[in-house]
Write a protein of this length. Structure first.
Length: 254
């Protein structure tokens, strides 16, 4: 896969976390998330320990905590349902600030918030320490079908191009005095979407013809060596192994 611009989610660096091969980080991330999900929700201390592990990874990767917290806010719309669970769930109820809340709902909300937040933070650290094109190479190294990785690579490359085209069209509409005020303007926006689709389709054809003329045969050239050594696999396994020990202790504790 060829080189491209640096993605806005990636934070350039030379830390040990940055230098790990992408397939090692992907496997470590998946294993960590599975361990977190398998942890009993009642073991509050275990989730605090997981947070400490992720903080240690952020420290080693030299990724600012504030940046991680800001990016974690993306989960808010997806966990909003958890806030309603104490009010709508059945079972024994407890009083808090004059409100009657379901105990099962409180535990369920905590389960979603704790595990979801830890998973999002782990994903933020993965994205911040690994370039997207390297992630695709790592997925390919893990035997993901090549067709899927190629489609994802083109989406990554030209998603920003389509977005920039959409912004230019918006600027052009504003320059002509257009401002969407209600449903009566839906026709103009619908025509804009249609025009954007046609422009994107035509651009895709031109790009494909240009690539074929330069020898493209269904696979982008690989410019990076992502071979992983046993030592690198061992380093990447430190996080999920530490999390697994915490999970075992959580299951064994009364």
């Amino acid at each position: 896969m060829g080189a491209g611009h640096v993605h806005r989610l990636y934070i350039p660096g030379t830390s040990p976390v940055h230098r790990l091969p992408p397939q090692c980080k992907l496997v470590a991330h998946l294993a960590f998330v599975l361990v977190v999900v398998a942890t009993p929700r009642e073991r509050l201390w275990a989730f605090a320990a997981y947070a400490v592990l992720l903080a240690a990874v952020a420290t080693v990767a030299r990724i600012p905590y504030g940046l991680v917290l800001r990016r974690t806010m993306i989960e808010i719309p997806f966990v909003a349902f958890a806030v309603l669970m104490p009010f709508v769930a059945t079972g024994p109820r407890t009083e808090f600030l004059g409100l009657q809340l379901s105990e099962n709902g409180l535990w369920g909300a905590w389960n979603i918030l704790a595990k979801g937040t830890l998973g999002v933070i782990a994903s933020v650290l993965l994205a911040a320490s690994t370039e997207p094109r390297l992630l695709l190479l790592g997925i390919e190294r893990l035997r993901m079908p090549q067709l899927i990785t190629q489609i994802a690579a083109f989406m990554l490359r030209y998603g920003d191009v389509v977005t920039a085209e959409m912004r230019r069209m918006k600027t052009a509409r504003a320059a002509r005095g257009f401002e969407a005020r209600g449903l009566r303007d839906a026709g103009v926006l619908a025509r804009s979407i249609g025009a954007l689709f046609l422009r994107s389709y035509e651009r895709g054809e031109r790009v494909h013809l240009a690539m074929v003329s330069r020898g493209y045969e269904g696979r982008m050239p690989v410019l990076y060596d992502v071979t992983a050594s046993p030592r690198q696999w061992s380093a990447a396994s430190a996080l999920p192994l530490a999390a697994a020990l915490i999970a075992v202790a959580a299951w064994m504790s009364p």
